[in-house]
Ligand binder design. Sequence first.
Ligand SMILES: *Cc1c(COP(=O)(O)O)cnc(C)c1O
Length: 375
Amino acid sequence: MKKIQMVDLKGQYEDIKKEVNDSIAEILDSSAFINGPHVHAFQKELEAYLGVKHVIPCANGTDALQICMMGLGLQPGDEVITADFTFAATVEVIALLNLVPVLVDVEPDTFNIDIKAIEKAITPKTKAIVPVHLFGQCANMDEIMELAGKHNLYVIEDNAQAIGATYSSKNGKKQQAGTMGHVASTSFFPSKNLGCYGDGGAIFTNDDDLAHIIRGMVNHGMYKRYYHDVVGVNSRLDSIQAAVLRAKLPHLDTYNRKRAESAAKYSRAFEGQEHIVVPKIVGDSHVFHQYTLKITNGKRDALVQHLNDNGVPCGVYYPVPLHRQKAYLDSRYNEADFPVTNQLVEEVISLPMHTELDDEQIQFITKLVIDFVNK
Ligand SMILES: *Cc1c(COP(=O)(O)O)cnc(C)c1O
């Protein structure tokens, strides 16, 4: 059996080696390392793939989120609601901009932000909601957009984990993750579903004015060369990373399909297991950035150890709720408001998930998990 990896970037590279190497060689030959033609071409290709009017590439997914909030003109003291169960980047940029993070609980089945919890957290100071499409499945965007409309709030989708996922609305319209809110961010970190070979990120929006503001903001607040109208940042996607992404974008749907197929195999193997809850697919699409189980008989930590002892990497995303992280402690939080997140951090475990998993590996992993959990 091939060695099992959490994410097999090497195996994936072997398959597209020529495309990637040719693409990178072109950059080296042209020496257009910053803002070269590949960056522009990638932007256009991603706009076409997503069906969104504007893609603004930037340096990473964390910058992308921060720039979304700067572009919307959020001001110190404005409250921004986001999920308690997510990667810290989401709340970090809110705090960095001196906005007020308001963490709320998530749903037990999808791990995504809970609409009722959002509703409860809205105050006259609330300006935006940041749903995170966690582990590759869209948050409940119909209800989020409706609630945001009612309260005049911006919606910033954190789409770092769900690029290529789709969402079907009640009205029958099917849209790409990251194109439904006012603005969205994504990350091209190597292990993400569309990953480059370093850092990268992008912002998406259908709003022409906001796109214009953001294009200047990522470039030192410059709209005309050496005229700085607003305080911006320096956040660029390297040409070399754009070249890698151009080679990989045509494969994204295949990659996501492979992930979903592996997820289906895992879930089939775990069928009928009393103490193992498999991830629930609620809409028409889940791109499985992570395949995350809940182990309900208290053996999660022991299982992590057991898998590691047997050469199977795994992850606990995430082991601590954000509201209990030192950096984000806030006396307004009440433990009773986070029953789901508080339980998830005890139960979740993510199994190896990437585009190169084979049946032998999946059988090996599922057998180890089932035998151990029932022991
Ligand atoms: C990865 C990730 C980010 C940050 O992206 P970087 O490119 O690493 O800065 C933000 N939010 C979520 C949910 C992520 O998973």
